[in-house]
Design a binder for this molecule. Structure first.
Ligand code: SF4
Length: 206
């Protein structure tokens, strides 16, 4: 069985890939986890193609959800071309009734895809939520272990700054574990300097 979409707290989550260019120390994909607090069976045996994705969405009435969230068990922008296709197709069906669209991302899309995708977010994505995961370059790199090393920090900041031109709400998230007030203040200042808001999340042990 493959979980292409699933409901969680009134939102519909979209899971199109297991791939990621990071290896975050807290990631649920490690240690043989196949699901998360959100749903079981998130590990995809294969990446669903457009036909499979559309078949899954035809079973749903999207007007029932408060938000449509591209999140994935991996990094959703590995499938950005298909994410964008899906959003466009859903808009043809639902028009203004399509719930707001959010993407939860590590902010590495431009490096992953080899082009600046941020203009393509315009009119498609209402909220983008980028994992900040560290108060500075060294902490970020240690926690998220990007395949490009410290370059991942610069890529993430650059993506955030550019996305803020095209997306109405840009959020950077950190987890409060091991963070001092000063760390959080520094993260907030950094986020705001890029045109984003900081959201501090409670740590959930896995
Ligand atoms: S960016 Fe997300 S999917 Fe990738 S390793 Fe980190 S937590 Fe896991």
């Amino acid at each position: 069985m493959m979980t292409i979409s699933y409901e969680y707290e009134g939102a519909l989550y979209v899971n199109l890939t297991n791939r990621c260019d990071c290896a975050c120390v807290f990631c649920l994909r490690h240690n043989g986890h196949k699901g998360s607090i959100y749903a079981d069976d998130l590990w995809l045996e294969h990446e669903p193609d457009r036909e499979e994705i559309w078949a899954d969405f035809q079973k749903r009435d999207l007007t029932r959800y408060r938000e449509l969230v591209f999140c994935g068990f991996g990094e959703p922008t590995f499938r950005w071309d298909d994410d964008a296709w899906l959003i466009d197709e859903l808009r043809k069906v639902y028009g203004d009734k399509l719930p707001p669209v959010r993407i939860n991302t590590n902010g590495h899309a431009n490096r992953i895809l080899g082009r600046d995708i941020t203009p393509e977010l315009a009119g498609r994505v209402d909220t983008i939520s980028i994992s900040l995961n560290g108060a500075d370059r060294a902490e970020y790199t240690a926690v998220t272990q990007p395949s490009t090393g410290e370059q991942g920090w610069d890529d993430m900041l650059d993506f955030t700054r550019k996305a803020a031109r095209y997306v109405p709400q840009v959020v950077m998230t950190i987890v409060d574990k091991d963070k001092t007030e000063a760390d959080i203040a520094a993260c907030r200042a950094l986020a705001e300097s890029l045109g984003a808001h900081l959201r501090v999340r409670a740590y959930i042990p896995n």
